[in-house]
Design a protein around this ligand. Structure first.
Ligand code: PHE
Ligand code: NA
Length: 454
């Protein structure tokens, strides 16, 4: 076997896996998804999805990468020649995501900077769309570069590609060892501040208030599975690539549990922080919490600036902490998605790491400039919609069906993992992957096609 790059320490691998998992999805997606799908009652389907699909699939992907020691396409190829395309499909989805994920990190960089002077003013929505993104300034200018987005985007790619140039141990591992502990400290500070603000209690009540009727609603279960998949970076080729750099003796099952619970803990923390802050804002504006709930770009770049404006003290500092958290969470995820195509290209075409980073990363960076133009937001929305609808769950579904039913490798994988792990995989693991997950994901896809095409 070739002399393959390796993580320096077990903690290095876990931090990198957790760093990939913890991303924008934890901070701006989870809180609203939970709130809209039963509040406190959402934790039942959510935990079920984590235990029956999230962690079992993580074990499967870790085993795939560890056993065959390759990027996603190469690992699939070594498992069975006919499945290489599945690896490339996941890599392609990651490539597309990386082009716009980078842009959102660039916005967060700008906003960390804007925080100090609260440059967004009172009209935070107008500021985002007109002053910052220049959406409606002059429609004739659509397609021209927006320097305020372009320069931070350049910085995002310089950091990401710089880390990837340095390799697995000196680059990815070192970056995550710095980013993730820093992120946790910064984020804890904001969460503690948020939940001690006036009105925070009402926000938390709204968040945890259980609506048990949600449990009988199939769309709530679909939302729980969707969140777990996206949040754990499953079916993006990432976890396969990262685990291929593990040393021979590695407790992969245990690592999967740590990654899964680590990501969910951060998600819960983010839910508490975001709803504490939303409760505060609702009180300041004399509104109900339900009237201020937002997610995604609207939450981070329109509502949060308003919340920061209302902070009783140190507004600039808390604004900075919030946006810097987005930057750190985003960068560690972007590094992980970009490594999938760097590793894939490197092994497929026998390139050096530098060449693979140059070609793959360079191409992603160039394409991402499209989203830094006037009107770029529309492309970004379109790409994100497409990926969420047809990327993630679809790749995940095909992946489990192929491994469980076509090449029938679950037994081999189980033996492989049990040979090196303290936690033993029993029949439950095969039932989760062979039966429960395909059924639920199949139902999800059916639901999606129904709502999209009929
Ligand atoms: N898991 C990340 C999150 O929760 C998102 C992500 C998806 C990261 C795909 C990398 C690749 O935000
Ligand atoms: Na996540």
């Amino acid at each position: 076997m070739e002399n393959r790059a390796q993580w320096g320490t077990r903690a290095g691998f876990i931090l990198a896996a957790v760093g990939s998992a913890i991303g924008l999805g934890n901070i701006w997606r989870f809180p609203a998804v939970a709130y809209e799908n039963g509040g406190g009652a959402f934790f039942i389907p959510y935990l079920f999805a984590l235990l029956t699909a999230g962690i079992p699939l993580l074990v499967m992907e870790f085993t795939l990468g560890h056993k065959y020691r390759g990027s996603a396409p190469l690992s699939f190829f070594r498992m069975n020649k006919k499945t290489e395309w599945l690896g490339w499909w996941a890599v392609l989805v990651s490539f597309v995501i990386s082009t716009y994920y980078a842009v959102i990190i660039a916005w967060a960089m700008s906003y960390s900077w804007f925080s100090f002077n609260l440059s967004w003013g009172e009209e935070t929505q107008g500021f985002l769309f007109e002053d910052y993104l220049k959406l409606s300034v002059d429609p004739g200018q659509t397609g021209s570069l927006v320097p305020g987005v372009f320069f931070p985007l350049l910085a995002v790619w310089l950091i990401t590609l710089g880390v990837l140039f340095k390799g697995v141990k000196k680059g990815i591992e070192v970056a995550n060892k710095i980013f993730i502990p820093t992120l946790i400290v910064l984020f804890l500070i904001i969460v503690i501040r948020a939940i001690t603000l006036p009105g925070a209690v009402e926000g938390l009540q709204a968040f945890f208030q259980p609506d048990f009727s949600a449990i009988t609603d199939s769309s709530v279960w679909v939302a729980a599975y969707g969140q777990i998949f996206f949040s754990l970076s499953i079916a993006f080729a990432i976890m396969i690539t990262y685990s291929s750099y593990l040393p021979k003796k590695s407790d992969i099952t245990n690592n999967a549990f740590i990654t899964g619970f680590g990501n969910s803990s951060f998600e819960l923390l983010a839910g508490i922080g975001v709803f504490g802050a939303l409760g505060f804002m609702a009180q300041q504006q004399g509104l109900g919490v339900n009237e201020v709930v937002e997610s995604g770009v609207g939450l981070a770049f329109i509502v949060f600036p308003q919340i920061i404006n209302e902070f009783p003290a140190l507004n600039g500092l808390f604004g900075f902490l919030f946006f810097a958290s987005l930057v750190l969470a985003g960068l560690s995820s972007l590094i992980s998605i970009s490594e999938t195509y760097v590793a894939g290209l490197k092994e497929k075409f026998g390139l050096t790491r530098n060449q693979a980073v140059g070609f793959g990363g360079g191409a992603a960076a160039l394409i991402s400039i499209l989203f830094a133009t006037q009107g770029g937001l529309f492309f970004l929305d379109a790409a994100d919609y497409f990926i969420n609808q047809f990327g993630v769950a679809f790749v995940g579904l095909v992946e489990v069906i192929v491994i469980a039913w076509f090449v029938r490798k679950l037994g081999d994988f189980q033996n492989h993992a049990n040979g090196i792990s303290d936690i033993r995989l029993g029949v439950w693991w095969k039932v989760c992957l062979g039966l429960i997950t395909p059924l639920v994901l199949g139902w999800m896809m059916f639901d999606l096609f129904k709502t999209n095409l009929l």
